[in-house]
Design a protein around this ligand. Structure first.
Ligand code: 5GP
Length: 222
């Protein structure tokens, strides 16, 4: 088996963290690339486990030093995949799982075109479910919630683009059932990547419209 770069994206609140944790617990041939970020740790998040939590200065220095495979600005914070993390996991002969957003996925796909990489975008079952999940995260203030919803809408739009003549995301996965979603991601890591046209599911348009409605409501109440 040639180890692959597995790009997993989803709007935050899409359930991606739970999916990747479950997958990693089940498969010893998949390792996780721990990202660096300037955002503050949420409750329970440990340095070197969830992320490498860096100051802005540290992050920027590492960027100048060429330590990142990709970087992105997300909701006002910086995030990046360290080359050393990807090399570490691939060096163990394992697939490397990257939990990253769309701008980062574009950069990774340019450097690891398929079949070296496989990319999946996880969709919430509906806009309402996404809002609910974000609200349950008590660390999200009203302002942050709005930022993240705006970001989610933008990401869903951008996820449908092509990079270097190929789709940015090879697969869409609707997360309406954790077990099913984990199984799908796991199977697709091993599947040969299909070439050719793939229709974007209608649910993407529905979620984008739902998020727009939520956002206009939030603007009225704040
Ligand atoms: P959160 O702050 O909710 O943990 O993550 C916010 C977003 O940043 C998520 O979409 C997550 O996938 C993305 N993200 C996390 N690490 C990285 C990274 O290293 N690079 C990029 N481009 N995005 C990341």
């Amino acid at each position: 088996m040639t180890p692959r770069v597995v790009v997993l994206s989803a709007p935050s609140g899409g359930g991606k963290t739970t999916i990747s944790k479950t997958l990693l617990a089940r498969r010893s041939d998949v390792g996780y690339s721990i990202s660096a970020t300037t955002r503050k740790p949420r409750q329970g998040e440990k340095h070197g486990e969830a992320y490498y939590f860096l100051t802005r200065e540290e992050f920027l220095k590492r960027e100048v030093d060429g330590e990142f495979l990709e970087t992105a600005r997300y909701a006002g914070e910086l995030y990046g995949t360290l080359k050393s993390e990807v090399e570490r996991v691939l060096g163990l002969g394992k697939h490397v799982l990257l939990d990253i957003e769309v701008q980062g996925a574009i950069q990774v796909r340019r450097q690891f075109p398929r079949p070296r990489s496989v990319s999946m975008f996880i969709l919430p079952p509906s806009a309402e479910v996404l809002v609910q999940r974000l609200r349950q995260r008590h660390s999200e203030s009203g302002q942050t919630l709005r930022l993240r919803l705006e970001k989610a809408r933008e990401e869903l739009q951008r996820a449908q683009q092509n990079v270097a003549g190929a789709v940015l995301y090879d697969y869409w996965i609707v997360n309406d059932d954790l077990e099913k979603a984990v199984r799908e991601v796991s199977d697709l890591i091993d599947a040969p990547v299909q070439e050719g046209h793939r229709a974007d599911p209608l649910i993407i348009g529905e979620i984008i419209r739902g998020l727009a409605a939520e956002l206009s409501q939030l603007k009225q109440t704040h």
